[in-house]
Design a protein around this ligand. Structure first.
Ligand code: GLN
Length: 305
């Protein structure tokens, strides 16, 4: 990208798309557009209408830096600081996993259940002061799952406990809750797995997308994940179940009778996760749900009534 030349928006996009393609970046042109729009503080639609716009000065310098970092495989979401999930815009940074489209499967499944008649049948004890549906999102990262649930259930009233082992992730999640307008519905707790729950606490539903990648497989992840995303959000230990096993085995004790638990799992992990639900005895049945690529992505169960 020569410094002397006058660069128009379309020329920059085309030059960058070629540069990214040669580096093996799969979404080269899209990424170029997203980064240029970001450097110009505009959206992609504006770019399409302003292909002849001359980019110079500070925005051109900023764009060059973004291109350099993307070429080193830093994810676009970290460069723009945002990622969409369940039609909401989330702040993300290197302290949080980037929300994935397949995780929407988990949210939609939980929502279907929470809106179903089955859930209506869940008795709210008469002495319960909080009549809102009680939810928990364990290992919330950017907060995406809990925020999307609280947002979708605003009219019904939902109280969400979102947890993480990282204080920095919780800070990001708090901001995301505020900007989605559900800050008042979510309580954030710092801690590991089920240890954040109080004795006697019972939820209508507990969901989680825990780290589940086998340690040996981390090196095979795309460079975007491997080099930039937080290890503690990905590394599921030697067999990938270091976080999942205690969650599935113990979650039943924190559910109301008839309550619902759902966990995201990696490709090929569903069967073992189902077996954990069965071993726990507290669950009536456990099933799996497919993501949009047809992979068994979520394992879920309902506590005995
Ligand atoms: N879906 C992520 C990946 O394969 C893993 C997320 C997780 O471990 N929860 O990159």
């Amino acid at each position: 990208m020569s410094a002397q030349k006058t660069w128009r928006a379309l020329e920059l996009i085309e030059w960058t798309a070629g540069y990214f393609e040669r580096a093996g970046i799969p979404t080269a042109r899209l990424d170029a557009e997203l980064l240029l729009a970001h450097a110009l503080n505009q959206n992609r639609m504006w770019l399409y209408l302003n292909y002849e716009y001359v980019v110079s000065g500070q925005p051109l310098d900023a764009y060059r830096e973004l291109v350099r970092r993307r070429h080193a495989r830093e994810p676009v979401a970290y460069l723009t600081g945002r990622r969409e999930f369940m039609s909401l815009s989330f702040e993300v940074n290197r302290g949080t996993l980037i929300p994935r489209p397949e995780t929407e499967t988990l949210v939609e499944l939980a929502l279907d259940w929470l809106r179903s008649e089955e859930r209506e049948c869940l008795k709210v004890a008469e002495n319960e002061t909080d009549q809102r549906v009680q939810l928990a999102d364990i290992g919330c990262g950017s907060g995406a799952i809990g925020v999307a649930l609280a947002y979708a259930l605003q009219d019904n009233g939902a109280a969400v406990v979102s947890t993480d082992i990282s204080e920095a992730a919780l800070e990001t999640a708090r901001r995301n809750a505020e900007s989605a307008g559900v800050g008042g519905s979510i309580e954030f707790r710092l801690g590991d797995g089920l240890s954040v729950f109080h004795a006697g606490e019972r939820f209508d539903a507990v969901v989680s997308n825990p780290p589940y990648v086998r340690t040996a497989d981390l090196e095979r992840l795309p460079p975007e994940s491997r080099l930039y995303e937080p290890r503690e959000a990905l590394d599921g230990g030697a067999d990938g179940f270091a976080a999942l096993r205690p969650l599935i085995s113990g979650v039943g004790g924190f559910l109301k009778p008839g309550g619902f638990a759902a966990f995201e799992v990696g490709e090929g992990q569903a069967e073992q996760a189902l077996a954990l639900f069965e071993t726990s005895k507290l669950f009536e049945s456990a099933e799996t749900a497919l993501d949009m690529s047809g992979i068994e992505r979520v394992v879920y169960g309902r506590r005995r009534g």
